[in-house]
Ligand binder design. Structure first.
Ligand code: HAM
Length: 555
């Protein structure tokens, strides 16, 4: 039976998707207060807001954040534009065009599935699975590879020497090459008939890549001075949900893009964060800083690190992910969270001890600039950050009041990124993003700020004659920026008072038969029950200056 046809109580109810959540009043008032405060702080440092789409080409994230990072290789919500219908159509079209060609190539089709037109062909050197599809960089690619393996093993249980072959329509990206190589899959490129390329799209896991994309797309380097941009919005990562870690979470971030890499820029940005922490009255936090070098000194360090990690006594103690990363990206081993790897990581060579003269100078100046601004910091030589685009300055702010997910925010310098994304040469960048969900937790834990949105005036109207006056006056007061609750139906006086009290209203404006007859309104202050009569003309003045701040911090 369809859900809709079931009796009312038995219909399946919907729940928010795992790792996502609803933010309800009164909590949303604190979120609004925080966003307003953050905007205020960032605007006082002359940052302007940028809004970018929440989805972009998958390749944008793969190229900037790095294919080997957890964020890209495991956590992206990506999909192929066009959907499966179009995909199958294209595949069938391709098969019909290419069957001949394949046969000529001594590849006899022996298995074809029309729903998923994967084709298994026999070759002289074993059995291969051929997939007709554009090379896409997505979670789907990983899932596909696993799926091919399964079909392959079911079809040819005795073929031990068999090869798995993926045929892509275009040169596969480095990411796909790496993925397939790591899975022992051969990749071949065939020419495709003409059709519009289908794109792999992804929900943004972060916004730095998008900001750089927008910077390039709009030629923002032509604008005068450094571009100082901030953003507020949801990000998406398929992480294992737990307290402080969500699949849809919110970030507030800021980026500075321009031709200068003066350490004062880094220090200003970090100081701005500490001002925000101060406004939120979060006192328990640590600012960790590090420098991870540049294109000159980092490769040498990475080689040193790789050599160290390859040593059998170290390699054998690493988990599978880290073992793989020894070859692909050894720096990523540094941010492993595996408890059993921590002692090994502590003893590895530290990047801060292998910086070139320029990077060392930049780092020393940064520390001076922070001291000048009286921003206390702790140096953390292990802080390499989980995204590949960083160089030189990296930083994080952690707070012990948060528990396991203790990073309130993170950031760093990414001087080569704009160029790597096809933008102009010589553009430098630095930025951070803070986890809004975690900031809100920290504010609540600190118990210093309690943002609420109280009702200023509850309009208790009684009788048909009072109603038009109530509607009119509610509008007048709302025009004066007061929060006004106007009951849609008449309430008995006692009931109206009860409801106003439950809502935490400050005043009740009473409009009954008597008030209409006498042309005078009654105002009752709920805190002490004090009541007074005023004329309609005096009403606006009575509430001026406006009732105490809404959404403001209260101590
Ligand atoms: P990130 O360290 O990946 O950096 O994230 C920044 C902050 O977002 C984290 O410190 C954390 O507070 C929050 N966050 C990350 N993942 C989650 C999650 N699953 N649930 C809740 N909060 C989370 C970046 O995203 C870089 N784009 C920062 C940056 C900007 N670097 C330069 N510019």
């Amino acid at each position: 039976m369809s859900e809709a046809a079931k009796p009312e109580g038995e219909r399946r109810k919907f729940r928010a998707i795992k790792g996502t959540r609803d933010i309800l009043p009164p909590d949303s008032a604190l979120w609004n207060w925080f966003e307003k405060t953050a905007r205020g702080v960032m605007e006082s440092y002359n940052f302007g807001e940028i809004r970018t789409p929440i989805f972009e080409e998958t390749e944008l994230f793969a190229r900037s954040i790095g294919a080997e990072t957890d964020v890209v290789s495991k956590e992206m919500f990506a999909w192929d534009e066009g959907g499966t219908g179009v995909e199958s159509e294209l595949q069938e079209y391709w098969i019909s065009k290419h069957l001949d060609e394949l046969t000529k190539m001594d590849r006899q089709p022996i298995f074809a599935n029309r729903a998923r037109p994967d084709l298994v062909v026999r070759r002289s050197d074993g059995v291969s699975v051929v997939e007709f599809k554009r090379a896409t960089v997505s979670q789907a690619t990983i899932a596909d590879i696993k799926q091919y393996r399964k079909v392959f093993q079911e079809q040819f249980p005795n073929e031990t020497s068999a090869k798995l072959l993926l045929v892509f329509a275009e040169e596969p990206s480095d990411f796909v090459r790496h993925l397939t190589n790591a899975n022992g899959v051969e990749v071949e490129v065939l020419e495709l008939p003409e059709y519009e390329p289908r794109q792999s799209l992804a929900l943004r896991p972060e916004a730095t890549a998008s900001v750089c994309r927008a910077y390039i797309e709009h030629g923002m380097q032509m604008r005068p001075g450094d571009q100082k941009l901030y953003y507020i919005g949801p990000m998406f990562r398929r992480e294992r949900p737990q307290k402080g870690r969500y699949r849809q979470f919110y970030q507030i971030g800021a980026e500075v893009l321009g031709t200068s890499d003066a350490p004062a820029i880094d220090a200003e940005l970090i100081q701005m964060l500490t001002v925000l922490l101060e406004r939120c009255q979060i006192e328990k936090y640590t600012l960790l800083i590090n420098s991870i070098g540049c294109a000159d000194c980092r490769p040498k360090y990475v080689e040193l690190l790789r050599a160290e990690l390859r040593k059998p006594e170290i390699f054998s103690k690493l988990g599978a992910d880290s073992q793989r990363r020894v070859e692909t990206n050894p720096l990523r081993v540094m941010d492993s969270k595996l408890p059993e790897e921590q002692a090994i990581i502590e003893k590895l060579p530290k990047i801060s001890e292998h910086l070139c003269a320029d990077c060392r100078e930049h780092y020393d100046k940064l520390k001076k600039e922070l001291k000048l601004r009286e921003v206390p910091f702790t140096e953390s030589p292990r802080l390499v950050r989980g995204l590949d685009y960083y160089m030189r300055t990296t930083f994080e702010i952690t707070s012990p009041i948060l528990g396991a997910q203790n990073a309130l925010c993170g950031g760093g310098r990414y001087d080569g990124l704009v160029e790597m994304l096809g933008g102009p040469k010589g553009i430098k960048g630095i930025g951070f993003a803070l986890g809004e969900d975690r900031f809100i937790d920290a504010i609540q834990e600190a118990k210093k700020i309690h943002a609420t949105r109280p009702v200023d005036v509850f309009v208790a109207w009684m009788g048909e004659r009072a109603y038009p006056t109530a509607v009119r006056l509610a509008r007048v007061l709302r025009g004066e920026k007061h929060t006004v609750e106007l009951p849609p139906e008449e309430l008995k006086f006692r009931k109206a008072l009860e409801r106003a009290d439950k809502m935490g209203a400050r005043y009740v404006l009473i409009i009954g038969e008597d008030e209409i007859a006498s042309d005078m309104l009654t105002i009752k202050r709920l805190a002490d029950g004090k009541q007074e009569k005023i004329s309609e003309e005096a009403l606006v003045d009575f509430f001026r200056p406006p009732a105490p701040t809404k959404e403001g911090p209260g101590s």
